[in-house]
Design a protein. Structure first.
Lengths: 531, 208
């Protein structure tokens, strides 16, 4: 026990750097978590701006604002910034903040690597933004008009901006692989005495699986884009039929990464839900073990069904049947998670603060996205829906509720813990309703557009699609602007507000709520005993 | 954790293991290049028609369906690595299933140097592939054109009477690619004729 006080003194005397050094050289998991979250917030607005331009262009048929290549460049840019710049760093930010506090560890296992994995991100983001900007300059080459999937042969032919993008993907990959290694090492080795894997908080479980998925698939994507780089500059023919290669190979490499990526984006939010729903239902999580099992099943099957993104490439009947059945099978464990959440809410003493509102919205709307996913998994149906706006509606229904709303729920749930202030509940609720209503107005009509035959990734459309596109664009304006309110709420909460207690929510359980709000710079320097 | 020494060792071991996994998966990405070809070859998963060809079946004379007409369109493209012009002399024709027809493609070498190319056929819609048989085709062999030479390339074909009734039109497309003693990993002069032969046998009459 004497060591405890010593540790505390040390901590406060020479381990709390100030000014820019505090952030640039930070090895503190809380500071790095904050950096991740702020970075993600900035990227959310950049990616959101490109989405606004896309919807403005689609407000009316014909070509108003953007020429076709620029339109497709924006589509590419929007996807990559949102996935790699906003959602993944935000999830990593939550992991950095919460995992050590939840498992009673003083910090992440590899604090310096933690610093590196964050500070690679601004460089990667710069490269990513350059890849969008470069074609506007003389000699900058053509725009990246491939979409985020970067399929060759087109991606071999576009200008030098593709090289910026390839290196940006390398950097982003390195960053997330380093973060994943760190998280796994922390979770396996740094848990407080008495905390076994099977009574670890669910958010930690989801991140353990996510990190393993990242380690397994991100290097394959890195390999794929490296081959792309070689094909572009070094005369190889990995993807060039004229040299004995196969462009379809890239699609396999890409989706070998791309499909598990869906679960990488989804699972951390499932983890957040597993804390938010019990807290506001005032009941323990229903079916912890089945939840872990379901998650492992999803991750395992999710690794081997990637080609359902490629039904139209001309696979044999046997192959498409396998990928179809595998994909539909995933809906069983995912359905089990949803039922667990509903069972947790069942007869609970529920209250509907902002995090809980988002949680309920996820359970409803993610299920909806899952249903359209089962439609798309069915081969004969997918032959019609492929590359239509129906697909766009589907994956936004999966990724917005599944990933982003989960992150919003997490931010509102833990914001009092991080800042020590309660956020403004009224503003939070206004944000929720504008956000969710705006989201549904934007994306629901896109189902109808897709079923009626409107293709995705095309700047212009037939007159007969005008009405639904107008509705969708109006929704997008509401949806987009609502995020300014999020920014305002976050800033306001950081600057002040009602003082948060250490257990900010009445029903909240877990080690993180035993610490002060905001927690000290170093926490759990002596590990808590888990009974 | 209080046992700092052993904890740090454990962290190092786990980190190394995971880093090994990362390097392994990066390698796996590259290993997929040959594995993918191997997988497709072994399982035949890329060949849309699962039918095996019985050579004797090719000799069987089928009834000509004189009251049925199918549109066959011809399409010709050249890969940019070959400086040739390549066109179908006949763009489109109406054929009776079961009857043999002959059409010409015209190739001209735009450059002054001799070059060797290989034409790769494909049929759209792919469901029609096994019912389109090429009895004689310039794509069965590699073709060499001297500088500025122009030549006719004949194709004799038949559409099988077994062609499903809902297919009223099909397109045969050729892309010509250059064959050269390649510096690349794959020896094209072997590979391309092999692909062409494969699709040639695939495209023969179905075994019914």
């Amino acid at each position: 026990m004497t060591t405890t006080t010593l540790n505390h003194d040390e901590a406060h005397h020479h381990d709390m750097p100030t000014g820019w050094r505090r952030w640039l050289f930070s090895t503190n998991h809380k500071d790095i978590g904050t950096l991740y979250l702020l970075f993600a917030l900035a990227m959310l607005f950049i990616g959101g701006a490109s989405a606004m331009l896309i919807r403005l262009e689609l407000f009316q048929p014909g070509i108003q604002l953007l020429d076709p290549d620029l339109y497709n460049n924006l589509v590419t840019n929007h996807a990559l910034i949102m996935i790699f710049g906003a959602v993944m760093p935000a999830a990593a930010g939550l992991a950095n903040w919460m995992i050590p506090m939840m498992i009673g560890a003083p910090d992440m296992a590899l604090p310096r690597m933690n610093n590196l994995s964050f500070w690679i991100l601004p460089a990667a983001a710069t490269m990513l933004i350059l890849s969008f900007v470069v074609p506007f300059f003389p000699g900058g080459g053509t725009q990246i008009n491939t979409g985020w999937t970067l399929y060759p042969p087109l991606s071999v032919q576009v200008g030098m901006s593709m090289d910026f993008l390839i290196f940006a993907i390398h950097l982003l990959g390195i960053s997330s692989v380093l973060a994943s290694i760190n998280i796994i090492v922390t979770l396996l080795n740094m848990r407080a005495p008495g905390m076994t894997l099977m009574n670890m908080p669910m958010f930690c479980w989801t991140w353990l699986v996510t990190a393993f998925l990242l380690i397994l698939v991100v290097p394959v994507l890195a390999g794929g884009v490296t081959m792309l780089l070689f094909d572009r500059h070094f005369g190889t023919s990995f993807f060039d039929a004229a040299g004995g290669g196969d462009p379809v190979l890239f699609q396999h490499l890409f989706w070998f990464f791309g499909h598990p990526e869906v679960y990488i984006l989804l699972l951390p939010s499932i983890g957040v839900l597993s804390h938010v729903i019990p807290a506001f239902s005032r009941k323990p999580l229903f079916g912890y073990k089945s939840m872990v099992g379901a998650m492992l099943t999803v991750a395992t099957i999710g690794m081997v069904v990637w080609a359902h993104h490629q039904y139209t490439i001309g696979m044999s009947l046997g192959a498409v049947t396998y990928f179809m059945i595998g994909t539909i099978l995933i809906s069983i464990p995912v359905g089990l998670m949803i039922f667990n959440f509903i069972a947790t809410m069942w007869r609970g003493a529920m209250t509907f603060e902002t995090p809980m509102l988002f949680a309920v919205a996820i359970v409803l709307m993610f299920t909806f996205g899952g249903l359209s996913g089962v439609m798309l998994a069915v081969v004969p149906a997918d032959m019609q829906y492929h590359d239509s706006m129906f697909v766009v509606a589907h994956f936004h229904y999966v990724l917005m509720p599944g990933a982003v709303f989960g992150l919003f729920a997490g931010v509102f749930y833990w914001l009092p813990k991080w800042t020590g202030h309660m956020y403004d509940e009224t503003l939070g609720k206004i944000f929720f309703w504008t956000n969710v209503i705006g989201f549904n107005i934007t994306f629901f009509p896109q189902h109808f557009l897709g079923l009626a035959g409107m293709p995705r990734r095309i700047v212009d459309y037939n007159m007969m699609f005008t009405e639904f596109n107008v509705i969708s664009s109006i929704g997008a304006i509401i949806f987009g602007l609502s995020h300014l309110l999020l920014l305002y709420i976050v800033i306001k909460t950081i600057r002040g507000g009602k003082k948060a207690e250490s257990r900010a929510w009445e029903g909240a359980k877990g080690l993180e709520w035993e610490l002060d709000s905001p927690p000290a710079f170093h926490t759990w320097t002596v590990a808590p005993q888990i009974k | 954790m209080n046992k700092s020494g052993s904890g740090e060792n454990r962290n190092r071991r786990t980190t190394l293991l995971l880093s090994g996994l990362v390097v392994g998966m990066f390698g796996f990405g590259f290993a997929l290049v040959p594995l993918y070809d191997l997988f497709c070859e072994v399982t035949g998963t890329q060949s849309l028609s699962q039918r095996k060809i019985n050579p004797a079946d090719l000799q069987v004379v089928k009834q000509v369906e004189s009251d049925r007409l199918v549109t066959v369109k011809f399409d010709a493209t050249v890969n940019p690595n070959l400086p040739w012009d390549f066109q179908a002399a006949t763009r489109s024709m109406r054929v009776h299933p079961g009857k043999t027809y002959e059409v010409n493609f015209v190739a001209r070498n735009r450059s002054g140097d001799a070059a060797t190319g290989q034409a790769i056929p494909s049929v759209a819609p792919w469901q029609a592939t096994p019912y389109f048989s090429k009895l004689e085709c310039f794509c069965f062999n590699k073709q060499t054109l001297d500088g500025n030479q122009q030549t006719d390339m004949p194709l004799r074909f038949m559409v099988s009477p077994d062609l499903p009734a809902d297919i009223q039109s099909l397109t045969l497309s050729y892309s010509f690619m250059r064959l050269k003693a390649s510096k690349n990993k794959t020896d094209l002069s072997k590979l391309l004729p092999q692909i062409a032969r494969q699709s040639a046998t695939e495209n023969t009459l179905p075994n019914r």
